[in-house]
Design a protein around this ligand. Structure first.
Ligand SMILES: Cc1cc2nc3c(=O)[nH]c(=O)nc-3n(C[C@H](O)[C@H](O)[C@H](O)COP(=O)(O)OP(=O)(O)OC[C@H]3O[C@@H](n4cnc5c(N)ncnc54)[C@H](O)[C@@H]3O)c2cc1C
Length: 464
């Protein structure tokens, strides 16, 4: 019997394992992950140098106690001859935007160090390759079933299953669309397209930005038409100075409307003082978990309905190298963006993909065609619509329930998962993107890093 079974070996699973290995006491940990390598997941398996982090090194440490951890690792890595292309960014190391694949190497190295440290006091870490397809909780522990029919037993289990891309879920009307679409990161597939052909991209967030980088890398030089409901592009991430924590200082600012009003006033104030208007945004990020948890369901719904597109474009900002490419292509007229809703696929001549859409504010449908379609509409957060065995089984067994607004799953702030009756489990925990509804922001490197540390401490207390 293992002490802790971690389901999913992306950034969350790897960081949780690393923190558990560094806790005093002996424990055996198993991470179940279908990918060959731990610590990468979808985000950090990137192989293109142009697919960079959206924050600079100074903001992307995986050690909540040492914000300079990534900067220090990168400095040593570059000094040893690694990532020679970093010179092209012409900035000091803390301001570099590293490729996500390289960030994966950093995570793996920190995990390897933790494994060595854990071995010194008898703790072990093993990876089991496979997909967990079922989970049962008994009085003595948790039993997992893997895709090959084998079982694993542990005292406790953690769901570190990450995000389920909407493109890979099967129950939505968009499934036909997904079958016709090119993966936003598949440069090889893009290299087989007519380089002058028109490409359609659905969605205008950071995945779209990656898709444009992929197309450029693949040698595509034709027009790119982007459609999204609101037609908003992500802002570029700049390095504004720090700004007073106006939300922390005034607990009376609670509702989405008040927050937006206060934020607009602060941004205007920053501009009037000759300071970058992005400065006040980061103070919102620091308070968003508290504000979200305090908000009523009605206010949460109001925020999602009215402020979500704005939040996405302002808070999930684009790395400067990718943004520079996008702005150049927009200026050249090769990239165009329009606000429209996708209605579905449409018949098209062989070698083309057709879509039906409705422009914002228009009643009439229209069609568009291209040589390829890229679906960058993001993530399926509602586990009831995720077409994977484990979420289905957990729901069917009553071991989980949907989180607030059906975003991920419901849990205590310490990660203990709520069952169908709302009881917090002593054996099943979750972290990272599955807790989207609990924290609103529960995905970025810094969110995951701090959750991993807190959960490791909590689990270590229980396994002593
Ligand atoms: C393309 C992309 C770019 C991103 N860029 C940034 C960025 O620049 N900055 C930033 O802060 N954040 C970024 N993110 C957010 C990023 O997802 C998180 O930082 C982080 O990857 C979340 O880690 P995770 O381990 O929770 O999820 P994931 O990385 O998704 O890993 C989850 C793992 O669980 C495994 N898994 C799922 N179900 C099962 C199962 N049933 N059995 C076994 N294994 C299972 C999967 O194979 C996967 O490897 C990006 C995300 C994506 C997708």
């Amino acid at each position: 019997m293992n002490d802790i079974l971690i389901i999913g070996g992306g950034l969350s699973g790897a960081m949780l394992a690393a923190h558990l290995l560094r806790q005093p006491g002996r424990r055996s940990i198993q991470v179940i992950e279908p990918r060959a390598e731990l610590g990468r997941g979808e985000a950090y398996s990137a192989t293109e140098l142009g697919h960079t982090l959206n924050g600079n090194a100074a903001r992307m440490s995986v050690d909540p106690d040492n914000p300079d951890d990534l900067t220090q690792w990168l400095t040593a890595h570059i000094a040893a001859g690694g990532w020679p292309e970093s010179d092209d960014q012409h900035v000091p190391v803390p301001e570099l935007f590293p490729p996500r694949g390289l960030f994966g190497v950093y995570v793996q190295q920190r995990l390897a160090e933790a494994k060595a440290a854990g071995a010194a006091h008898g703790s072990t870490l093993a990876q089991v390759r496979g997909e967990v397809v079922d989970l049962e909780v008994g009085p003595d522990g948790v039993r997992l079933t893997l895709g090959d029919g084998s079982h694993l037993h542990g005292a406790r289990a953690v769901l570190a299953t990450g995000m389920f891309p909407a493109a890979r879920t099967g129950q939505r009307q968009s499934s036909g669309l997904n079958a016709a679409a090119v993966d936003p990161w598949d440069v090889k597939a893009m290299a087989t397209l007519d380089p002058q052909g028109r490409v359609l991209i659905i969605g205008s967030g950071l995945t779209m930005v990656d898709a444009v980088v992929s197309l450029e890398q693949a040698g595509h030089r034709g027009p790119i038409q982007i459609y999204s409901r609101h037609g908003l592009l992500p802002h570029v991430r700049r390095q504004p100075p720090s700004w007073p924590d106006f939300l922390g200082a005034d607990p009376a600012i609670r509702t989405p409307l008040h927050i937006l009003r206060a934020l607009r006033a602060q941004c205007r104030q920053a501009q009037a003082d000759g300071i970058d208007w992005q400065a006040p945004l980061d103070t919102v990020r620091a308070n968003i978990g508290r504000l979200w948890r305090q908000a009523s369901d009605w206010h949460k719904r109001q925020f999602v309905r009215h402020a979500r597109p704005w939040w996405e474009s302002h808070h999930h900002r684009s790395p400067p190298p990718s943004d520079a490419l996008l702005r150049r292509l927009l200026a050249e007229g090769r990239v165009q963006i329009a606000a429209a809703s996708l209605l579905g696929l449409a018949p098209a001549e062989p070698g083309y993909v057709g879509i039906r859409l409705r422009d914002r504010g228009q009643a009439q449908e229209r069609m568009d065609t291209g040589v390829a379609l890229i679906n960058s509409t993001g993530i399926e957060y509602d586990w009831r619509r995720v077409d994977r065995p484990l979420p289905r089984q957990l729901l069917a067994r009553g071991l989980i329930q949907p989180g607030p607004l059906a975003l991920g799953i419901s849990a205590e702030p310490d990660g203990a998962v709520h069952d169908a009756q709302g009881l917090a489990s002593p054996r099943l925990f979750a972290m990272g993107p599955p807790l989207r509804g609990v924290w609103w922001e529960s995905t970025a490197v810094t969110d995951v890093a701090s959750q991993a540390k807190a959960l490791a401490r909590r689990l270590a207390e229980r396994t002593q």
